[in-house]
Design a protein around this ligand. Structure first.
Ligand SMILES: [Zn+2]
Length: 163
């Protein structure tokens, strides 16, 4: 799998985990789990970057070293964990990923809660439920996986244009 910088699309080497050192020089996203089973390490593996639990973040060290992305599932426990992390570290997270825990529509109480989160977060993006990842968490060829990866990269490409 070829790893590309989410900002400039430059091909990354194995050493480029935190920064796009041979391209634009910008920090790469780091995926922080809002709770156990959030899928942050799967997404980190997919993009070839770091992952961890949000509670390990040192807020004083973050701005220079990371582009922090918070990841949580779209069930009640996951959304509550996202809200807790945002309540603690708030605007530090550049992006929140709603990582769908099931296919199909979300029940209204959950979409309502996600809507509230969207109002407080810097930005949000939804990762669909990708059935292929249950068997192979590195699968980037499934149609819904490809669509998410493209949208994720576009999020950064657009924010670069607008900055
Ligand atoms: Zn780059």
């Amino acid at each position: 799998m070829t790893r590309a910088c989410v900002h400039c699309g430059h091909e990354l080497t194995d050493r480029d985990v935190r920064f796009c050192s041979i391209g634009c020089g910008r920090p790469l996203p780091t995926f922080y789990a809002a709770h156990g089973g959030a899928g942050a390490s799967l997404l980190a593996g997919l993009f070839g970057v770091d992952g961890g639990h949000w509670s390990t973040i040192d807020p004083a060290a973050v701005p220079r070293r990371h582009l922090p992305v918070l990841v949580g599932r779209t069930h009640l426990v996951g959304l509550e964990a996202i809200q807790q992390a945002l309540g603690s570290l708030g605007g530090l997270f550049e992006l929140v990923v709603f990582n769908r825990d099931s296919p199909g529509r979300m029940p209204k109480p959950l979409t309502d809660r996600a809507y509230i989160i969207t109002g407080t977060a810097n930005a949000t993006i939804t990762c669909p439920f990708v059935a292929a990842w249950r068997a192979d968490p590195t699968d980037t060829t499934a149609k819904d996986a490809t669509a998410f990866i493209t949208r994720f990269r576009n999020h950064y490409a657009n924010s670069l244009e607008n900055s």
